[in-house]
Write a protein that binds this ligand. Structure first.
Ligand SMILES: Nc1nc2c(ncn2[C@@H]2O[C@H](COP(=O)(O)OP(=O)(O)OP(=O)(O)O)[C@@H](O)[C@H]2O)c(=O)[nH]1
Ligand SMILES: [Mg+2]
Length: 247
């Protein structure tokens, strides 16, 4: 296995160094690609400095904030060109515990897509307000129902993809940027017949730095899911259920 951790960052100066050091400690076999969108707080420069010290850490510097989906697509392309065979997605704010990574990577030996899931047995979100729970859980149930995902946590951004899964998904054509990006990747993986497993994780709120979550990201996701669901139903009516899988 030759895994690459793709770590998108925007203004994560309070987290990036500790994250890179923790990753080196818990998954020394992983290379890391920080995809920084020109963070004004100097995240990119700090990542460079830590990379120069520890090795096997690269920084892909992009000129301006372009959203999570774009950052991941650029990171996947970078890694595929260099023959990495597994790609970890994770946030840099410690919501995703790097210490859970060995478990996800172990599951990636058998499955093409591994989703760190808050909504399977054993998954937890210890400190969310009820309203945030409701939004996240409700959004996930809606997406799963109308798109036939059979995935409890399709908005989770803690994942491992095999290179073959990225190929089947046609990741470069994925259009969504925020939570919609994770849902679209799941939908395409499901339709392409990739093997998918959910592994329980504990998702903690970020302790340091500011969230980039916005109302626009939620609206984008809801709008896209509804659009794909309508398109899926239309194909069902037009061609029957079997053709719907070949999106
Ligand atoms: N390169 C890049 N990284 C981003 C961008 N937006 C967010 N990120 C990073 O993506 C990860 C997730 O972003 P967060 O701000 O934690 O958003 P979130 O996890 O959806 O929301 P919270 O749960 O409120 O933290 C973090 O590592 C961010 O630094 C972006 O436009 N470009
Ligand atoms: Mg976060």
């Amino acid at each position: 296995m030759r895994p690459l951790v793709v770590l998108p960052t925007y203004n994560e100066i309070l987290n990036v160094e500790l994250m890179l050091r923790t990753l080196r400690e818990v998954v020394p076999e992983c290379h890391v690609l920080v995809v920084d969108d020109g963070s004004p707080d100097g995240t990119g420069a700090r990542a460079h400095a830590v990379g120069a010290e520890l090795g096997h850490i690269e920084v892909l510097e992009r000129s301006r904030k372009g959203g999570l989906g774009r950052a991941y697509r650029a990171g996947f392309a970078w890694g595929l060109e260099r023959d990495f065979d597994h790609f970890v997605e994770m946030d840099c704010d410690f919501s995703h515990d790097p210490r859970a990574l060995p478990g996800l990577l172990a599951a990636a030996k058998e499955y093409e897509v591994v989703i760190g899931s808050r909504y399977v047995r054993g998954g937890h979100i210890p400190n969310w307000a009820y309203s945030r729970h409701l939004l996240s859980r409700g959004g996930n149930q809606y997406a799963s129902l109308v798109l036939g995902l059979k995935v409890a946590d399709s908005t989770s951004g803690f994942r491992v993809y095999s290179a073959s899964a990225l190929d089947k998904i046609g990741y470069a054509d994925v259009t969504a940027e925020g939570y919609g990006f994770q849902i679209e990747m799941t939908y395409r993986a499901r339709n392409a017949g990739a093997s998918i497993i959910e592994v329980p994780i504990t998702f903690k709120d970020r302790q340091r730095g500011e969230s980039k979550m916005s109302r626009a990201i939620v609206v984008e996701a809801l709008g896209l899911v509804t659009e794909w669901a309508i398109e899926r139903q239309w194909r069902r009516v037009r061609y029957g259920a079997r053709r719907v899988r070949n999106r």
